[in-house]
Design a protein around this ligand. Structure first.
Ligand code: SF4
Ligand code: SF4
Ligand code: FES
Length: 234
């Protein structure tokens, strides 16, 4: 037996609207239904409604939304886990392009700034760069990030300083490359994180940890980087 839930949806089309509004839709809940399925049903009712999604499996990271004040992936959030009224807004802290679609440019800018790739000073070996099992294990809890932005867009330090503070997602990846045994740019990476903003603007409020749909811990990664920088300064 399915029942109806009311979904209160943020709507804003800058080409048509002078201000945003909330629009209510009734959606029939089916067994196993995820929030993304409900948004697709709404889209079928009103094709002007816009939201991002792709894989439907919690892999692509494109359908981050804010539901009842919590950032989550629509495709991995069971509709039955949500308490009514279900209020859906775009990820906070980013300019709104349309409805639930936000401009993630600053997020990607900060990600690019940490140079998210291996940097080598020595020539590459003829074959692959080997890692021991324990070296590889250092990357667990870091490589799984899908860059959904649920953490960074929940971070007050990022809201106030999106041009200067890298934000939790980028800093988690900064740590991922700092501890990669194959990388040879630790000093340059640490130098690039010096100063009051890029790293140290994190005040360990831990919104990022609460919001991460992959149960990753950016606050812990940021703490590790702070320790490295402090040890380097001694
Ligand atoms: S712990 Fe740091 S990065 Fe995470 S939400 Fe708080 S201020 Fe932002
Ligand atoms: S750390 Fe988690 S919340 Fe942040 S971008 Fe990666 S997967 Fe998303
Ligand atoms: S649609 Fe890809 S993570 Fe949700």
């Amino acid at each position: 037996m399915s029942h109806l839930v009311k979904i209160h949806l943020f709507r804003f089309n800058p080409e048509r609207d002078t201000q945003s509004r909330m629009q209510v839709f009734d959606v029939a809940v089916h067994s196993g239904m995820m929030l993304r399925d409900a948004l697709l049903e709404i889209k079928a009712l009103d094709e002007t409604f816009a939201f991002r999604h792709s894989c439907g499996e919690g892999v692509c990271g494109s359908d981050g939304v804010n539901v009842n004040g919590v950032n989550c992936l629509a495709c991995t959030t069971p509709l039955t886990s949500l308490t009514e009224p279900i209020i859906i807004r775009p990820l906070p802290g980013c300019p709104i392009i349309r409805d639930l679609i936000v401009d993630m440019s600053k997020f990607y800018e900060q990600y690019r700034a940490i140079r998210p790739y291996l940097i080598r000073t020595e020539p590459l070996p003829e074959h692959e760069l080997l890692q021991s099992p324990s070296e590889r294990a250092q990357l667990d809890g870091l490589y799984e990030c899908i860059l959904c932005g649920c953490c960074t867009t929940a971070c007050p330090s990022f809201w106030w300083n999106p041009d200067q503070f890298h934000g939790p997602a980028a800093l988690l990846q900064a740590w991922r490359f700092l501890i990669d045994s194959r990388d040879q740019a630790m000093n340059a990476r640490l130098d690039a994180l010096e100063g009051p903003y890029r790293l140290f603007r994190c005040h360990s409020i831990m919104n990022c940890v609460e919001m991460c749909p992959k149960q990753l811990n950016p606050t812990q990664a940021i703490g590790h980087i702070k320790m490295l920088l402090l040890n380097k300064a001694i």
